[in-house]
Design a binder for this molecule. Structure first.
Ligand code: GLN
Ligand code: ZN
Length: 723
């Protein structure tokens, strides 16, 4: 077995530096290009990545990190876990990923604590595991033809089965992995990477036994490549000694989030993740070299803490970023260069590479507790409810929406034109006002009770605020894959956050000036703004979130002062930041709730605070959602009603379980909405029930929205008549 290369990365972005894959996918899905054209773009992107990594001096090149949609789905396909109903589809892979006319797609959820979404494997009694190694073998051969020897990367058996809630199928699945290892050995592959990020979360004794059994068995195989089991996103904890006692030759350890292992790893190779794959900061070389030096093992390889999938491609594609900020940043290419430089420095005892630029002294806090507890309390709910009822005079079952109205192509084009300097700012603002008027008139005509301005000025619910707050920078090309062809451009929170001027007041008050009905101001909450940004790491996350909370607090107060009677502060990412290990949950939830309350408690009793969450599995954080103390909570529920209702029944305040699933173009009938509402009314007293869609309407068309909301109003009126 040849020794493990001295420098590597666990994975690389695949959407393309200019989102080439996104375009190719969308064109293929729309029937504008052939599968062969899509495959050609994929091959070009893979070739460019291998050439670039080798060109930067990286020794260990990964393969099979490319995916047309998702690497977990690729693993399911590799193992034969394709549910029967998709097999007859024209393209079963994309049918599972995206659905077809007759088939709903497989479920999608977040990959550990990242903002990447994977397709959840569906494994049932009828699943027959059967290896199809076409993709990993194909990529090895493809790279070889270009002159590169690679290390194929696949999701490991334990993580795969845990994601599919089917760990009891380990024996069968291991048969496939054995076959895969034999096939790779026959192909002359010297190392394989098995990703096991699930091992950094809490694992039961029987799960740890499964880890042991899996890697004992794979290790015992006679003809196989070297086994490299990679972890990411935290400390391996009790999984590390278990892995260390198996025959695997190399173990990947996240040394950014986790500590240097206390145990001596003997004859293993440690693939030391000292360069963070989760942020965009340069790596302090002294810290990395100290960690590398402290690891006790036969060999140490320099690597990233996780796949670089979670960071943008290249800082050089950002000519407009402030030069001093750029000095502190590293995107994927720069991180590869850091890995290479650290590996050389470590090997030849060279002086440390150029130190990362030190951030300017940032926190403008003088002594003592930088965040004294502000009033995080509002008046008692009964007092608030009475003041708000007197002011708003809403009917029973008030109808509202979650904030955004359809975003038209013209609006996006207008935004691009302003950026390009071809559209004057005041002309742009006039168009925004016209769009607000259209949304308001539509809501009045349909008969909604609490109106929104429709968010036409926002490209994105986080980026918009990042553009208006000091302490943030936004990128031009810093795209990161969120799922499939969808990418986001997370802003970079690099300094103290302050709000130089009101951000939303003018749009909310403009909307209110058009109508007698109450208008709801719309803000993104501090946890969500931070969760969907790259944030500074020189302050505890809590303090960063508190700074954002204080900026939002000022905005809430300005909205109130301007006469906006209702303010919604969305926290769809509250659950996403939940730590992977339960021991850390309480601490996180305590400060996350405090942050939300800091943001909202500046509002007087007569101002109604709404919050919105977009997931139906609120179970784990129910108490925290309740502790947000919002007057009204709207929550996704149209597809999973009973479960949500069972969970939120105990809430003592206003509640709007969604009655319209906005994720699909389908228009629900009035009867369907009525049925959902009846179910809600069986679980909750009518005085507390709100009627609303599951989430914002920005991805729908006006036609779909109008038809759907008409049915929502119709159903609500029928029920009101009975109450
Ligand atoms: N107010 C936002 C909207 O309606 C909420 C989006 C979200 O919850 N993800 O678009
Ligand atoms: Zn939502």
């Amino acid at each position: 077995m040849s020794p493990f290369p001295r420098s590597t990365v666990l994975g690389y972005p695949r959407i393309g530096p200019r989102r080439e894959l996104k375009r190719a996918l969308e064109s293929y899905w729309d029937g504008r290009s052939s599968r062969a054209e899509l495959d050609r773009v994929g091959a070009e992107l893979r070739a460019a990545t291998w050439d670039r990594l080798a060109g930067l001096g990286l020794e260990g090149l990964p393969s099979n990190t490319f995916s047309l949609y998702d690497h977990v789905l690729d693993t399911a396909v590799m193992l034969g876990a394709v549910p029967k109903r998709y097999r007859a589809a024209e393209d079963p892979y994309f049918a599972m990923a995206r659905g077809t006319d007759g088939l709903t797609p497989l479920r999608m959820t977040k990959w550990f604590d990242t903002n990447y979404h994977y397709i959840v494997p569906e494994i049932g009694p009828e699943t027959v595991f059967e290896l199809d190694a076409t993709k990993p073998l194909g990529e090895v051969r493809e790279a070889r033809a270009l002159g590169h020897e690679t290390r194929p990367v696949v999701v490991g058996p334990v993580t795969f089965l845990l994601l599919g809630s089917a760990l009891d199928r380990l024996e069968e699945v291991l048969g496939c992995y054995e076959e895969l290892l034999s096939a790779l050995a026959a192909e002359g592959v010297s190392w394989v990477q098995l990703d096991e990020p699930a091992l950094v979360a809490d694992r039961t004794p029987s799960e740890l036994a499964a880890v042991r059994a899996a890697y004992e068995r794979l290790g015992a195989l006679a003809e196989r490549p070297g086994l490299f089991v990679a972890s990411s996103f935290g400390d391996l904890g009790e999984s590390l000694p278990v892995l260390a006692a198996t025959p695997v030759e190399a173990i990947g350890i996240d040394l950014v989030r986790g500590g240097v292992p206390e145990i001596d790893l003997g004859d293993k190779t440690v693939v030391a993740g000292v360069v963070s794959g989760r942020d965009v900061w340069r790596t302090p070389p002294e810290r990395a070299l100290a960690a590398l030096g402290a690891v006790r093992a036969a060999r140490v390889t320099v690597s990233t803490s996780c796949s670089l999938l979670h960071v943008p491609y290249d800082l050089e594609a950002e000519p407009d970023l402030d030069a001093a900020l750029k000095e502190r940043l590293a995107f994927a290419e720069q991180k590869v260069a850091e890995v290479v430089a650290l590996s050389r420095a470590e090997r030849h005892a060279l002086p440390a590479p150029r130190p990362a630029a030190v951030p300017p002294a940032l926190t403008s806090l003088e002594g003592g507790d930088p965040y004294p507890t502000r009033a995080e309390e509002r008046g008692p709910y009964a007092v608030r409810a009475a003041a708000q009822a007197a002011r708003l005079r809403l009917p029973l079952l008030p109808i509202t929406t979650i904030g955004s109205f359809p975003q038209t192509g013209e609006l996006r084009a207008a935004r691009a034109a302003v950026a390009a300097g071809t559209l004057a700012q005041d002309e742009y603002e006039r168009r925004i006002e016209a769009e607000i008027e259209r949304a308001v008139r539509t809501q009045e005509r349909l008969g909604l009770d609490v109106l929104v301005h429709g968010e036409p000025e926002r490209n994105d619910m986080v980026q918009y605020f990042a553009e208006h707050l000091d302490g943030f920078a936004v990128t031009a090309n810093g795209w990161v894959q969120s799922y499939g062809s969808r990418c986001v451009r997370p802003p970079v929170l690099h300094g103290d956050v302050t709000r130089p001027a009101p951000m939303t007041v003018r749009w909310a008050t403009y909307a209110q000036s058009l109508t007698d009905r109450p208008v709801k101001g719309m803000l993104t909450g501090p946890v969500t703004i931070v969760a969907w940004s790259f944030v500074r790491d020189d302050l505890p996350l809590r303090d960063v979130v508190f700074q954002v909370a204080d900026a939002i607090r000022e905005e809430v107060r300005d909205l109130e002062a301007a006469g906006v009677p209702i303010v919604q502060v969305d926290e769809p990412a509250l659950r996403e930041l939940l730590p992977l290990r339960q021991a850390a949950w309480d601490d996180y939830l305590e400060w996350a709730v405090r942050a939300y309350r800091r943001a909202t408690s500046g509002a007087g009793d007569h101002t109604q605070i709404h919050t919105h969450l977009c997931y139906s599995d609120a179970g784990e954080i129910l108490a925290a959602i309740d502790a947000l103390d919002a007057d009204v909570t709207t929550i996704e529920s149209a597809r999973s009603g009973a479960r949500v209702l069972g969970a939120v029944e105990t809430f003592g305040r206003g509640l709007g379980p969604g009655v319209y699933d906005i994720h699909s173009p389908r228009v629900p009938s009035a009867a369907e909405v009525e049925d959902l509402l009846r179910r809600t009314l069986r679980a909750l007293p009518a005085e507390r029930v709100w009627v609303n869609p599951d989430c914002g309407l920005k991805t729908r068309t006006y036609e779909q929205v109008e038809a759907s909301l008409r049915h929502v109003v119709e159903a609500t009126r029928r029920l009101r008549a009975e109450l």
